[in-house]
Structures are given as structure tokens and as C-alpha cells.
Design a protein. Sequence first.
Length: 339
Amino acid sequence: MSYKVLCAGILVALAVLLAVPEEIQTQTKKTSSAASSGSLLSSLPESDAVALVQLKRALNEAMPRILSRDPAKLATANAQIENFKSRTGIDPRSFDQIALGVRYSYPSEKVAKLHTVGLARGSFSAPAMVAAGRIAADGKFREEKYQGKSIYVFALEDEIKLFGLFRVRLREFAASPLDANTLALGDAQSIRNVIDVSRNKKRASVELIALASRDPEAIVGFGGNISPALLQSLDIGNQAIIQDLSSVRQVYGSFGVTATDVAMFLAARTVNPESAKNLGNTIEGLKQLGSIFVNRRTSARNTLAKNALDNLKVVTQANELQIRTNIAQSALAPFVSGF
């Protein structure tokens, strides 16, 4: 999965977690939601980063709001969801949440790979999933057994919009019903790791789970550890920025939706307060530089970047750098189909 950073200023803050291709060169309600989220995240295997996506809210609340002024694009997005359903037998709209666990590996110097597994909570039909998989995979479909669980492996060998939202190129896509309401998604080995969690194997870090769950109203929450090897794999191209980023050891944040905006929050924890201050100064400098460039052209991309930069706020607290911004949903709409 790949992510694009909004502009140079935001790049420095988000690159550590978000700029990564497959290879990198009301109180009761809140309490109940947090408990449910923690339960799903705690079922993940040992991970370097975790995230929780409120999928039903993303599809039924965020996406219609963002695309409210573009009915054609909203229809296209809904069609992509239906395409995913027809190819896998999995209806994204039937799931409330998805918990994601990511492990880093380093096959060679300055190269990082991300291995992701997902847990989706909701309702689904295993027979429908199997039937759709057999048809869509044109016979390239198999069922594996592991620790008493069935793992269904779809041979796709092409690009697919995962849950109708995220464009990924997959050779194989595997799914396994863990219980009546939980589906594991990923590659076959990652799913085996999830199944092993129930046998008292290592689980995702309690600290990372807490970071990803800090905002119970967020549509997406995440937390991750940042290793020196992961930082070395980032192709930033600026030695001063690389030096500032080298002090980051952990990131967390969230994305939420208001009536008119998408709210973004990112925090980076560094090795000491001085490093956080230096990184904050770099972000402020890039914010000013970015503002100069985005004001020179009028395009959808520049409108988005200007909107993000105009609302960008940077705060340093001890060894933690915090970045917040709001982006108008109308500015984000042109890019939704590019996930």
C-alpha cells in the first residue's frame, strides 16, 4: 500500500509512518467504544505498528461527506466496494472495525518491507466468501487448515481495491474466520501468526494499542515504533532533515471527520526534548517554505496543500512533537479515488 504526503512540510512529520511503499527506498459511549477497540487490537500478533480503522464510519459517514459534491465519484467508490465484494464474497459494509498490525523486515541495506495483517470485526458469510473466491480466482483458490482453522487463499495476481478503498497489488489474498464476528485478512503466514495469538503467543504491544486508541472518536488511530533501520530506508534526500528524523523513536496519531473538515493529528516521540524542539523548528521552516510554493499555482493538489498548511499547528511538549491540521472535505474530494 502506498501513501502520498500532502506537501514538503507535512512530509517531514508524516514520512516516518505514512510515506512507505511496499519497499521503501456522551462518556459511556466513549468507554464502550474504547473497550471494543482495545479488544480487537489486542488480538493482533506482535507488531511494530498498529492501527484501528472504524470501517463502517469511514464508508457510511466520512466517504459520503467528502464526496457529497461529486455524486459521480461517490458512485464510482461504491462500485469499487461492490467489486471487492463480488471478487471475495466479503462485504466491507458489514464490518464495524479493522485492526491492522505491521511488522518491519529488512531484506537488504536501506530497504524495508512491511508485512501487514488485518482483523475485521462484523458479520460475514464464510460459504459466500468461498463461493465468490472460487469464481473470481478462476480455480486458483485453495483452503488450508491450521490449528483447527480454515484459511482461504485467493490467487489474484493483479491490482485490487482492498475493501473498495485502498489500491494494492496482490499475488495472493488470504482470509480466515476466527469466530462468528471476526475475520483475519492478509497473507497466509500472517494469518497463522494471528491464530497463534490465541495459543498464548506474543501479542501486539499494550503501549502501541493505547496510542492507537487515544481518541475514541477518531475514524483512524495508529501507533508505531520507529527503528533506526526503518529511518535509514527513507529516501528523504536532505541530510539535515534525516538528522532530525533520526531522533524519532515512536509515532502515533489519528484522523477524524467533522461536519466540514478532516482533522489530522500526528505526534512524534524523540530521544530527548532538544531533539523534539529541533524537529519542530524544521517543520515550521518547511511550513513557511511550502506556503511559498503552493501559492504560486492553482491546482487541486495545491489547494489541498495550502489548506493543510494554513491550518497546521506545531507544538512541542518535552520530548514529544505534536502536529495538528484540518483539511476541508471539499479540498480532499479530488484525491479520494487515488487511494
